[in-house]
Design a protein around this ligand. Sequence first.
Ligand code: GLY
Length: 370
Amino acid sequence: MSKQNGSTGSVVHVGTASRSYDVRIGAGTLSELGSVARKIGCERACVITETNVGPLYATAAEDSLCEAGIEVADRLTFIAGEPSKDLATLGTLLEGLAERELTRDDLVIAVGGGVTGDIAGLAAALYLRGIRVIQVPTSLLAMVDSSVGGKTAIDLSAGKNLAGAFWQPSAVVADVRCLASVPHALFVDSCGEVIKHAVLADATLLDELTLTPLSDAALDEQLLTRVVTRNIVIKRDVVAADEREHGLRQTLNLGHTIGHAIEAASDFALGHGSCVAAGLCIMARAAACKGWCARETCERIVRCVAAHGLPTGSDLESDLLLHYMAHDKKRHGDSVNIVVPAEIGRAEVRRVSLGELRELVALGCEGEKR
Ligand code: GLY
């Protein structure tokens, strides 16, 4: 359950089969990292971060750990950016943890955005067959999505996130003040995942976001705390029911089948959240054409995406998108599971053939051009 934590923010408790933990959200929560780590119980901790975020927040994280009486090992810093999410960087991090002689009683502290959370989480999952990690997300995308739920990964030459593990954190500390240093374009891009959560589970949030786009409120700490908390509760409810993505967790891929194809086909020129937003609108349009959702459902989704200045479709050729979807890692033989909005607040997983997917993409892309 989420509960208010004094005036500084909120705490969401996440319970999964493999681990239970608290997510602390608010303005200034980074200073509580030490007490969170002490409560978990550890002697030593090692911060893993990258070259952009490290200089901004790693010292504050380490100071908080020291003040709580935790010994801090030398920080591990890798070069910022998706290209670092590879085997070579993972190897360097694992060697670094070993050189610092971290033990199973110690903690990894992942300070950064989605790339840091993914690779530091995977390093923690692998080192000594698994040591505990606290996720300290500093981007909107990491706060509302990747820091919660235990997915960790690196990219392979064949595609993104192709090697990884489910490794739940022992705590998450989300300080919305960190969002002030996120470039505005990246913040806006991440709103795609926020809108996706609203479509999945919260019609009121969708309407609020349409009226007051989060992209216009990037510095409102109270609003950010409330929206991040709501997003984490939505994600928590899904991963608590289906940690390993056998069923309900697949709905978190709403907008992603087409979104990933747009991302890859545009050679990653367009941000992940923008691609998810476009994928969401294309799928909603196709679903409305097929009678799987009301036209009004589709219109509400497109209105909210447009209000955030995110793309509501794609100019890329349907055949090119199909080519990338046919290579999606979630493909099953000649079919693929797609997620469609049934109504605002409820999504459905449908297994469709590649031929049916071709028809859906054409319907969804054409709908916008009309
Ligand atoms: N980002 C989708 C998931 O965590 O399952």
